[in-house]
Design a protein around this ligand. Structure first.
Ligand code: NAP
Length: 291
């Protein structure tokens, strides 16, 4: 990975942090993106001291704000003139309804819309770099997902936010990641840029603890001894970012570094195209310069 630049979101913790560490060990130049400046600086220092690779940078953006997603892409383009690997890793699970500054439900915004906007805004540099890769960290949670175009924010009709189902919203956002991967791969055919999605395994991170449901946190803690370590959880992202075996694969879904079958909904090309168009309408104010 010497000479290659990788941008990783959610880089201060969990799978993202260990993805950065693994890629730094392979000699890549890394741009670690996070919303918490102090934490990502600490993570950057840890990676530099563990790997001896000094080419580790940080950028700050809260991906729940589409304005900050846009600024992140602008800052990246100001500082770098190539992008070999974009890893859309940041994500969260929420049990309660929360709304972003743009008025989107937060899981929908962070897990799905932010990768959509960031990737589209960086397509120019990805194409210009050539042989570059986009990697979307989805989840097997997408298997129970469906796309509710009448209620993408999960407000559940006249019940409003009281009718919110956090697991349903998470599944929809992760289905969005796979549909986006497939549609983007189709649109990028022949450009040298590939796009793949993955499920990292069930990984011992804090994702199940950062919500207001005590039973979900309890259940998540109970399962932790049986989950993959974060080092193992990062392996599929590192594999898709670096292995020559996948350099020509695009539009695929991987589990534990092996191609896998994603859900029936995620393989519906009409649904993928519709989602692309709807996402474009929802985020149009933040896409300018995106090609
Ligand atoms: N762990 C699993 O078993 C599992 C299974 C399937 C898929 N995944 C996927 O793997 C990815 C990484 O999750 P993880 O398990 O490593 O969880 P994690 O340890 O909670 O890490 C999530 C990362 O996303 C960042 N993030 C959340 N909201 C953000 C926002 N508004 N702006 C910027 N960054 C934000 C977090 O930053 P803060 O620290 O600042 O919150 C953190 O860096 C997610 O996409 C998740 O859906 C995980």
């Amino acid at each position: 990975m010497e000479g290659k630049i990788c941008l990783v979101t959610g880089a201060n913790a969990g799978i993202g942090l260990y993805t950065c560490l693994g890629l730094a060990q392979k000699g890549a130049e890394i741009v670690m993106c996070a919303r918490n400046g102090a934490q990502v600086k600490e993570a950057q220092e840890m990676i530099i001291s563990k790997t001896g690779n000094p080419r580790i940078h940080t950028m700050i953006a809260d991906l729940s704000s589409m304005k900050e997603v846009k600024s992140l892409s602008q800052e990246f383009l100001k500082r770098f003139d190539r992008l070999d690997v974009l890893i859309n890793n940041a994500g969260l699970f929420l049990s309660d309804y929360q709304e972003t500054v743009d008025g989107f439900e937060t899981q929908w915004a962070v897990n799905y819309l932010a990768p959509y906007v960031l990737t589209r805004r960086l397509l120019g540099v990805l194409k210009q770099t050539g042989s570059s890769r986009v990697i979307n960290v989805s989840s097997n949670g997408h298997l129970r997902g469906s796309m509710d175009f009448n209620d993408l924010n999960g407000r559940n009709g006249n019940k409003g936010s009281k009718g919110y189902d956090g697991l349903k919203a998470y599944s929809q956002s992760k289905l969005g990641n796979v549909l986006f991967t497939k549609e983007l791969a189709k649109r990028l055919a022949g450009t040298g840029v590939t796009c793949n999605a993955l499920h990292p395994g069930v990984v011992r991170t804090s994702i199940g603890n950062r919500n207001n449901s005590s039973w979900i946190a309890w259940f998540w803690n109970l399962g932790k001894p049986f989950m993959l370590s974060v080092q193992k959880g990062a392996r599929t992202s590192i594999y898709l970012a670096s292995s020559p075996d996948v350099s020509h694969i695009s539009g695929a879904y991987f589990i534990l570094s092996k191609p896998a079958t994603s859900s029936e909904n995620s393989n519906d090309p009409q649904l993928a195209t519709k989602l692309w168009t709807v996402s474009e309408e929802l985020t149009s104010g933040f896409l300018e310069n995106g090609k």
